[in-house]
Ligand binder design. Structure first.
Ligand SMILES: NC(=O)c1ccc[n+]([C@@H]2O[C@H](COP(=O)([O-])OP(=O)(O)OC[C@H]3O[C@@H](n4cnc5c(N)ncnc54)[C@H](O)[C@@H]3O)[C@@H](O)[C@H]2O)c1
Length: 444
């Protein structure tokens, strides 16, 4: 089938490349011409394992194109995916202006039936609203084409997005007629999925499913973070508790790690959006409100631990802290709402100098933090630790497990290591001579 991905970001680019790999003819459309120019040369604007290879192969095989030409891209396509941003507004609602302006463009360019698929995360009832919006626009243009609007939320995880697209746990399809279900199923048919993985429902429930999934995962994280605070006070170890409860099959091991809070472009904004939606219906969501407020508190925790450690050592002014990891999670260069950003700003605010390193997110971080001084961007975690009074690990990159910690300690001025992800074993680090501080553990 001929597809257009309207919006070539993490979701549009990965799903576009994967659909091309499945045999469809895909055009990725974006208003960002610099991005499109790069992509036309086969250069990925984002870091995502396996993506660049997929781009290269499918561009060569002419299954995948990139353009900023809206008219051509829309008129050539049978299926139009909306993979546009839905960031938070100031009141926490999902900003739908990107979706609405793309819908206007769709209506303006439409010259035959189109299947319009919302892949962006949007509040329940957006499909209904969009149908109405496009209908009115077509009427005003005196155009009489049929179209359908369906929901097909995306569940890929940054860092393993290509794998996730190709090996989905499930595909959710929200539509109001059988023919739409069949068309979407046909798109995914080359994946040869078991029927039980193709879950069909109405559009409102499908839109809700995406928010419910992210809210559930975020709830598990905030729950563990809340417990970790009590563990520290009582003298229990959250890591033992995590292993203990995760072994219960009803609970499972995933998303039970205490740490410095969740970030990224999805969980924080989706929770805010669901809370905002509930307010429109005069319905309270105390669990989600708590999930959000626990997370806000948790993002400040590492800075507090570092500050209180240096209190008895003359304060943070003039101290040097090494920051290991800036992306909101490993295997991505995405720093949107990353806990590291808040930590970095607070430490600078307190007068510290920072030596920073992330395996792939340095460019994005340098742009985001360009107004701050006292930052030294380093080649690796070793350079970052030279002369540091303390190390703060914020992103649990696997490579930090292999770091030679003895040489790190040798070249530091101090010996404190603040582990914001419980990435190391406490007794190991203490044996090596570090003063080790993690999340949810008794401080000896
Ligand atoms: N990033 C994720 O891991 C993820 C996972 C699942 C769902 N989602 C959801 O998918 C949606 C997209 O997220 P993302 O992370 O890919 O966003 P993104 O910011 O990475 O990409 C969006 C792209 O849309 C482009 N764009 C904006 N207006 C446009 C227009 N009128 N025409 C064409 N292009 C336009 C932007 O230039 C940008 O390249 C959001 O709703 C998000 O919540 C994201």
């Amino acid at each position: 089938m001929r597809l257009v991905m309207i919006g070539t970001g993490y979701v549009g680019l990965v799903s576009g490349a994967c659909f091309a790999h499945l045999g469809h003819d895909v055009t990725c459309l974006d208003i960002d011409e610099t991005k499109i120019n790069k992509l036309q040369k086969g250069i990925s604007p984002i870091y995502e394992p396996g993506l660049e290879k997929l781009l290269k192969t499918n561009i060569e095989e002419k299954k995948l194109k990139f353009t900023s030409d809206v008219k051509q891209a829309i008129q050539d396509a049978e299926v139009c995916f909306l993979t546009l941003p839905t960031p938070s507004t100031d009141e926490g609602k999902a900003e739908l202006s990107y979706i609405l302006s793309a819908a206007d463009q769709l209506a303006d360019m439409m010259d035959e039936y189109k299947l319009i698929v919302i892949k962006s995360t949007v509040p329940p009832k957006t499909c209904h609203m969009l149908r109405e919006h496009i209908h009115k626009r077509l009427e005003s243009l005196n155009k009489h084409y049929n179209f359908d609007v369906v929901s097909n939320p995306e569940f890929l995880r940054e860092g393993s997005a290509v794998y996730d697209f190709m090996n989905p746990d499930r595909i959710i399809i929200g539509a109001d007629n059988e023919s739409c279900f069949d068309q979407i199923k046909a798109l995914y048919a080359p994946l040869h999925l078991d029927n039980s993985k193709l879950i069909t429902m109405d559009t409102v429930s499908s839109e809700m499913t995406k928010y419910a999934a992210n809210s559930m995962l975020a709830t598990r994280i905030s729950f563990m973070n809340e417990l970790s605070g009590l563990c520290e006070k009582i003298g229990a170890n959250i890591e033992n508790v995590r292993v203990g409860i995760g072994s219960d099959q009803r609970i499972g091991h995933q998303f039970l790690r205490a740490g410095v809070g969740f970030g990224g472009s999805c969980f924080p904004k989706d929770i805010r959006a669901l809370i905002a939606s509930s307010k429109q219906y005069d319905y309270e969501m105390p669990i989600l409100t708590a999930v959000e407020s626990i997370n806000r508190k948790q993002k400040k925790l590492l800075a507090q631990k570092i500050k209180s450690y240096f209190n008895s050592k003359g304060g943070l002014k003039g101290k040097t802290i090494a920051i290991w990891g800036i992306s909101f999670k490993p295997e991505t260069d995405d720093i949107r709402e990353a806990p590291s950003i808040e930590l970095i700003k607070e430490l600078i605010n307190q007068g510290a100098s920072l030596r920073l390193y992330d395996p792939v997110a340095m460019n994005n971080a340098q742009l985001e933090l360009s107004t701050l001084s006292n930052l030294k961007w380093c080649e690796d975690e070793y350079e970052a630790s030279e002369g540091a009074d303390a190390v703060a690990l914020v992103t649990e990159w696997q490579q930090f497990k292999l770091t030679d910690l003895e040489s790190i300690l040798d070249q530091m001025s101090g010996k404190a290591l603040f582990d914001g992800r419980n990435h190391y074993l406490e007794h190991d680090l203490r044996e090596k001579g570090f003063e080790y501080f993690a999340i949810g553990m008794p401080t000896s």
